[in-house]
Write a protein that binds this ligand. Structure first.
Ligand code: ATP
Ligand code: MN
Length: 531
């Protein structure tokens, strides 16, 4: 065993496994975690327990004099005091100290050497170690030898609950961030995605201070020009799916920063939804789920360990994490030039928004601040209807500053680099959920191709009477009738009604930003025609 220890953190466990690669972490997972198995594809199948998604309501941020005027306090950033944080940190360490073996992963966040951050993860589950080994940027052996002190530390004691009697705790789950010490504590959830989004949340605090825009988006680059293209969107809108694109270089699927010299990915891996995955519709992602990848909460066939991606009996949110270089056309290092295009992805389950529209810069700001998508939410048994979600900057749960901070940075950078902005609906067409159907992936891919090839730059457009943006009415590879949603509905009055309804939801939501948005941005929202 090496002379490495974690005693400076109060972690006294002697057996610390640091910097294990995938093979060793597989062996540890199989040995120590009763449910872990190897899939026939070679990926490690692991289970996150009761929590199979993030717990945004259980996130807490330390309110301290140094940062309290910076943070957007409210439901996204719920304050706790430093003492409460320290109680939870102590609880996490106490739990970790009960383990015989502890895993320590050191890696980087941010591919640009100037803005690279050193992250240390201390955890008890080999699955969590492999997940972060995959999702952080893996250091070379030289870089590891010279790693030194990390900039930030994640203490993952997710298998152990928070004490609900601790001040400010409302459940047995607590995810706590201290911006001053750059420490994160996880109690009461073993969903691995909390760790990656914790790193992102820190980035969302520190990047804007340096004039850098951190963004919840995927990114690809043109192999010839190196100009990038960003796809923003909330969960399930297609960031990961659409960025795995054989015509482009992959920069990253979820978290990026925009600096003065271009963009960079924050992460070293991708984290794809695995529901209904097939080799035909998503070949690049399917083949990436092999040895070295982690498959979460999937169901497999007992005899063969063949994964049934259609089985959602554990969760709809089945996921696969894989190192970014598993995508053949990933660009390493994951950096690229300024974006030529920004695409806002929305999964509009109302079937109202057009497949692709061009946004003016004021409309772009309006839609960036709104961050609209619609989920199909189950209500009563058998009744499922779309519910609108508005999440500022398409990443509300991860913001630290007020949304205006990110919006101002985006406006400035977009203007400086003359970026085109598009709104792409990857959701319903031909009617809302229950009547129409989800936009074909092949249709959306053709639209993205046309944006990237420049084919849409001068395509014919029609102004949407309610939303005001320019709807593209001709696009190579897409049947013209699909492009104007009103034409795809059997009943046009129903469409008009739904469009006005959605417009009203946008307006209600935007009210909270009226005091901060510039006049032209306010004007750029939908204005429902009188009935
Ligand atoms: P997250 O932020 O949670 O990672 P994401 O934006 O990366 O979400 P994806 O993982 O790409 O979302 O999920 C999109 C899902 O929707 C995939 O399962 C994909 O197969 C499916 N899908 C169906 N139709 C389309 C479409 N037209 N465009 C994009 N995705 C589609
Ligand atoms: Mn994704």
């Amino acid at each position: 065993m090496s002379d490495f220890d974690l005693e400076s953190y109060g972690i006294t466990v002697k057996d610390i496994r640091r910097h294990l690669g995938a093979a060793k972490l597989y062996a540890a997972a199989i040995r120590e975690e009763p449910d872990c198995v190897i899939a026939d594809s070679g990926a490690l199948i692991a289970y996150s327990g009761i929590k199979t998604g993030r717990s945004p309501d259980d996130k807490r941020v330390v309110k301290s004099p140094a940062s309290q005027n910076d943070v957007w306090w409210g439901p996204v950033n719920v304050p706790i005091d430093l003492t409460t944080f320290q109680i939870n940190l102590e609880r996490a360490k106490d739990y970790l100290n009960t383990r015989n073996t502890i895993y320590c992963v050191d890696g980087f966040a941010g591919w640009d050497p100037k803005y690279r951050t050193k992250v240390r993860v201390i955890c008890s589950r080999p699955y969590h170690a492999l997940f972060m080994h995959t999702m952080l940027i893996r250091p070379t052996s030289d870089e590891l030898a010279n790693f030194g002190e990390p900039d930030g530390v994640i203490f993952n004691a997710g298998a152990f609950p928070a004490n609900r009697l601790t001040a400010g705790m409302t459940s047995k789950t607590s995810i706590d961030l201290c911006l001053e010490t750059k420490e994160m504590v996880i109690l009461g959830t073993e969903y691995a995605g909390e760790m990656k989004k914790g790193v992102f949340t820190f980035m969302n605090y520190f990047a804007p201070e340096r004039g850098i825009l951190s963004m919840h988006c995927s990114a690809t680059a043109d192999p010839e020009t190196d100009r990038s293209s960003l796809m923003f969107g909330l969960s399930g809108t297609g960031k990961t799916t659409l960025s795995a694109d054989p015509k482009r270089l992959l920069i990253g699927d979820d978290e990026h920063c925009w600096m003065d010299t271009g963009i960079f990915n924050i992460e070293g891996g991708c984290y794809a939804k695995a529901i209904d995955l097939t080799p035909e519709s998503e070949p690049d992602i399917f083949q990436a789920l092999r040895f070295g990848a982690v498959l979460e909460n999937v169901v497999y066939e007992e005899g063969t360990h063949r994964v049934d991606f259609g089985d959602t009996s554990i969760t709809q949110n089945t996921r696969g994490a894989y190192p970014i270089e598993f995508i053949r056309n990933a660009k390493i290092p994951c950096v690229a030039g300024h974006p030529s295009d920004i695409i806002f992805l929305t999964c509009d389950a109302f079937g109202v928004l057009p497949p692709v529209s061009r946004l003016s810069s004021a409309q772009a700001m309006y839609h960036f601040i709104s961050g609209y998508t619609a989920k199909v939410a189950g209500t009563e048994v058998g009744v499922r209807e779309p519910r609108a979600t508005f999440s500022p900057c398409f990443g509300g749960p991860f913001l630290v500053w007020h949304p205006a901070k990110y919006a101002d940075l985006l406006a400035d950078k977009m203007q400086r680099h003359r970026t085109n902005v598009w709104l792409v609906n990857t959701g319903w067409s031909g009617g809302s959920y229950g009547v129409g159907s989800r936009m074909k992936l092949s249709v959306t891919r053709s639209i993205i191709d046309a944006i990237h090839s420049g084919a849409l730059a001068h395509a014919p457009v029609q102004r949407d009477p309610v939303f005001g943006f320019e709807v593209v009415s001709e696009c190579p590879g897409v049947p013209a009738e699909v492009l104007l949603p009103r034409n795809t509905w059997t009943n046009r009055q129903d469409y008009d009604y739904s469009a006005r309804n959605l417009a009203a939801l946008f307006q209600d939501n935007f009210r909270k930003y009226e005091s901060i948005a510039r006049a032209e941005v306010k004007e750029a929202g939908p204005r429902p025609a009188p009935r």
